[in-house]
Design a protein around this ligand. Structure first.
Ligand SMILES: C=C(O[C@H]1C=CC=C(C(=O)O)[C@@H]1O)C(=O)O
Length: 418
């Protein structure tokens, strides 16, 4: 495989260059990477899906002939990835290597061209700044309105969701487990000529502080960083605990203060932090957590958040850490094994890639991975399935949790014009 990255003089936004049908996007505040075309795909499934993908990726990266003249996170060889939440999911997990990557970071822009055959890329194509003109960049597409997708509950009706929450609380009170995250779906239909670019653009404009992603039909805007690895530095942002935004400024601040004092949300949050720390710690020489949870403001809600920062101690790649951490108690529960069984029993559907790891990895194993939240899977037949879930603890109230899913659906439902 041949990989060449060169700097380009580009100031246009990235989303209008994305493929409207099979977009590959990873952006935050307009910076990140957009992939075009597909050179290669590594698919995996089952309990070893992340390990298998990590091993295949390592072998591939070792053989790659990389000429990276920019040297920033996201340059050189990269694959976009999305993994199924559950070991027994019918949804395949995929690492996708694009043909062309357009990237922007810290005000610098680049293009990477990836080709399967070694020596396939003509040096003349990429040897200098003036050569960037010979790379065929797609023209930015004109802006379109978001499609109009009408969503309705999938197999799990709101009433059934409330019943499942009540049953989960009963099991928590019986001492079976401490926390479980239960989700529900909304389903809609996307028309054939509606691309996905307008939806992604809307997510980026409305939720600039989230990871806006599109990988293999999984589209979303996640505020939660599962793990980032950059030259031996590791970080993660754990979220759990949610409250609605207030109407005026004073009431909004009051909401945040209420969230910070809510024993229910603090418990839910502490379990999520513990699960991330326990899984990350064995791989780090040093790991620091923000001393107290802080409130993270998003346009649709407030979350309790904890940032983890550390130094890698064992040379793990970002995929190794994804493997170690997934699924955290922000999306599964505590104890993990029991929570996964309860999800299986009570939730009533295959989560697919919802709540799974989504992101990118480079040839050195560095990468950025979010938890796929506030998202929808768009199938080739146009079916759009959106997902939202809530952490259930002993004092959870079914009607409140249902209302919380409505808040969490808002970004993705609005981006599909629903
Ligand atoms: C499971 C979801 O959110 C998680 C992340 C942040 C806050 C959460 C909560 O307060 O329940 C959830 O743990 C979702 O958005 O579908």
């Amino acid at each position: 495989m041949s990989v060449r990255t060169i700097a380009v003089d580009e100031t246009e936004p990235l989303i209008p260059r994305a493929d409207p049908r099979n977009p590959l996007v990873w952006l935050r505040r307009g910076e990140g990477i957009v992939g075009l075309g597909e050179v290669l795909r590594i698919e995996s499934s089952g309990a070893e899906r992340i390990d298998d993908a990590a091993a295949a990726w390592r072998a591939l990266a070792e053989e790659a002939d990389v000429d990276d003249r920019v040297g920033l996170p996201g340059t050189g060889l990269v694959a976009f990835g999305a993994f199924a939440f559950a070991d027994d999911s019918a949804a395949p997990s995929a690492l996708i290597v694009p043909e062309l990557v357009l990237g922007r970071r810290d005000g610098r822009a680049w293009v990477t061209r990836i080709s399967l055959a070694t020596g396939d890329i003509d040096e003349a194509d990429v040897s200098g700044d003036e050569a960037s003109a010979t790379l065929v960049l797609p023209e930015p597409a004109p802006r379109r309105r978001v499609p109009r997708v009408a969503f309705s509950p999938g197999s799990v009706t709101p009433t059934r969701y409330e019943r499942s929450v009540a049953e989960a609380v009963r099991r928590i009170d019986a001492g079976d487990l401490q926390k479980v995250v239960l989700a529900r779906q909304l389903v809609g239909e996307l028309h054939e000529d509606d691309g996905l670019r307008a939806t992604i653009n809307r997510l980026g404009e409305d939720y600039p502080d989230t990871w806006v992603f599109a990988v293999d039909g999984l589209i979303g805007a996640s505020p939660e960083t599962l793990v980032r690895v950059d030259h031996g530095q590791v970080s993660s942002r754990v979220l759990a605990g949610t409250i609605a935004r207030g109407a005026g400024e004073a009431s909004d601040r009051e909401r945040a203060t209420t969230l910070l004092a809510s024993a229910k949300d603090l418990d839910e949050h502490a379990l999520a932090v513990a699960s991330a720390v326990n899984r990350l710690e064995p791989h780090t020489a040093r790991l620091d957590a923000s001393p107290e949870p802080f409130t993270l403001q998003l346009p649709n809600l407030w979350h309790l958040a904890t940032d983890l920062k550390g130094t890698l101690g064992d040379g793990s790649s970002s995929l190794d850490l994804v493997r170690a951490m997934h699924p955290t108690a922000a999306v599964a529960g505590t104890p993990r094994k029991i929570a996964l069984r309860v999800i299986d029993e009570l939730e009533g559907f295959d989560r697919g890639r919802y709540a799974g790891p989504v992101g990118w990895v480079d040839g050195d194993g560095d990468g950025e991975w979010a938890i796929a939240l506030r998202c929808a899977q768009v199938d080739p037949d146009g079916t759009v399935t959106a997902y939202a879930g809530c952490g259930i603890v002993h004092d959870s109230v079914p009607a409140d949790e249902l209302a919380e899913t409505v808040m969490k659906f808002r970004p993705i439902v609005e981006a599909f014009g629903g």
